[in-house]
Design a protein around this ligand. Structure first.
Ligand code: SF4
Ligand code: SF4
Length: 392
């Protein structure tokens, strides 16, 4: 059954999987897509063009509606309310456990249903002003990686003395967070390469048992084969693998995929793409307005990351602080022992991070670079010593 928002002419905000799916499943005439990502402007899905908000503003009629499909709806509504006078609706308020049904996109039904569930929870919590829900949290379980990409956005190319984060610390940090936050749609285990950490199977067990999350996603570069005997118990729709296939560098992609298929575990395997020059750590001498601007335009600012007892807005700030590569500043992260009010202020109230001064940013219109060029050694960087971090 088609989604009926009781509107005749509609623009879809968001040119992702949910947006394309919605354009085929809405009971209205779709005029086009709106998206902030410059790389998408001018692209088409079934003859429907993608416009920037500025271009769409010139085309849209006052009677048209805007249908928001972007998961991070909190970033999109201010743009719509500033630039347009049109009525808007959120995809998530019209769906409950939605099946892919009519899926004309290039994505699998499983991926569409995953994205629609995320939209449902993100949009409903936004509309209810429920600030005890988080869309996604990354948990770094290793600073070690089997590759050494010179432009790694997680800054692994700078770690001389990389460590694994042990099971006890992962659990303690997560329990601290969910003692205040009610639910998280997805927890993503990341590194470095998470399978370098020998505790990973214990960590997977723990998160699959947690009723505080909907999905557990494991990011891997497929250089380390999975342990089939330990994987047997993981046949659950809660678990998803996200494989970055680095071609010849990912030596065990076929082995990893064969095992996941044999066990019927959901996965996505994609080559590295959309890399931008976001791993430079440098004092950019930005004014406060400059930091507000770069933060506003950053597509990484909602990549909430847990490391060593703190919650951070993005992998740049968490790893730069860990490496002592930026001056220590309390405002860069929030302790997981803080009150819910302090955590909510950090996750939704701030306008920039002091760390944004040291970052190139990850704007939607930043030029792409060649991904995964390997550095021969770890890269040098300037260290700041006025920093205190707890390691256990
Ligand atoms: S594979 Fe490359 S990009 Fe991924 S974590 Fe390792 S160094 Fe970073
Ligand atoms: S430090 Fe600021 S600009 Fe850089 S990725 Fe994080 S939020 Fe974005």
């Amino acid at each position: 059954m088609k989604i009926d928002i009781k509107a005749n002419d509609v623009w879809i905000y968001g040119f992702g999987a949910a947006g394309k799916w919605a354009s085929d499943n809405i009971n209205a005439s779709v005029k086009g897509f709106i998206d902030s990502g410059a790389a998408k402007h001018g692209k088409k899905y079934k003859d429907l063009l993608v416009y920037s908000p500025e271009e769409a503003k010139k085309q849209i009629k006052s009677s048209d509606s805007i249908f928001v499909t972007v998961l991070d709806i909190q970033d999109v509504i201010p743009i719509i309310e500033n630039k347009f006078d049109n009525k808007w609706f959120a995809l998530g308020e019209f769906i409950t456990n939605q099946k892919a049904d009519l899926n004309l996109t290039d994505e699998s039904d499983e991926f569409i249903e995953y994205t629609l569930k995320a939209a449902e929870l993100c949009h409903k919590s936004f509309l209810k002003k429920d600030n005890k829900f988080l869309h996604s949290v990354d948990i770094v379980i290793s600073e070690k990686c089997t590759l050494n990409c010179k432009d790694c956005a997680n800054l692994m190319q700078y770690y001389e003395d990389a460590k694994n984060i042990d099971f006890e610390m992962v659990v303690r940090d997560f329990e601290n967070l969910v003692s205040k936050i009610d639910h998280i749609f997805e927890v993503r285990l990341i590194g470095g390469e998470p399978f370098v950490n020998k505790d990973i199977y214990k960590i997977i067990d723990y998160f699959l048992d947690s009723n505080k999350i909907t999905k557990l996603v494991i990011y891997t570069n497929a250089t380390i084969p999975l342990k089939g005997d330990l994987m047997k118990k993981y046949v659950t729709p809660k678990l998803v693998f996200s494989i970055t296939d680095y071609g010849a560098l990912s030596k065990n992609t076929n082995k990893v995929i064969d095992l996941l298929e044999e066990m019927n575990i959901a996965y996505r395997a994609l080559p590295p793409n959309n890399w931008t020059d976001s791993a430079v750590i440098k004092d950019q001498k930005r004014s406060e307005d400059g930091m507000i601007d770069i933060f506003e335009r950053c597509c990484g600012k909602n990549l909430f990351t847990i490391m060593y007892g703190k919650l951070y807005r993005c992998p740049f700030v968490s790893n730069a602080e860990r490496l002592h590569a930026i001056p220590f500043d309390d405002k860069n992260g929030v302790s997981l022992e803080s009150s819910i009010e302090e955590i909510v202020e950090y996750t939704s109230g701030i306008k920039y991070l002091p760390a944004c001064n040291f970052c190139n940013g990850r704007s939607h219109d930043a030029p792409e670079i060649i991904p995964a060029i390997q550095a021969k050694e770890k890269l040098p960087f300037k260290k700041y010593i006025n920093i205190t971090l707890k390691e256990s």
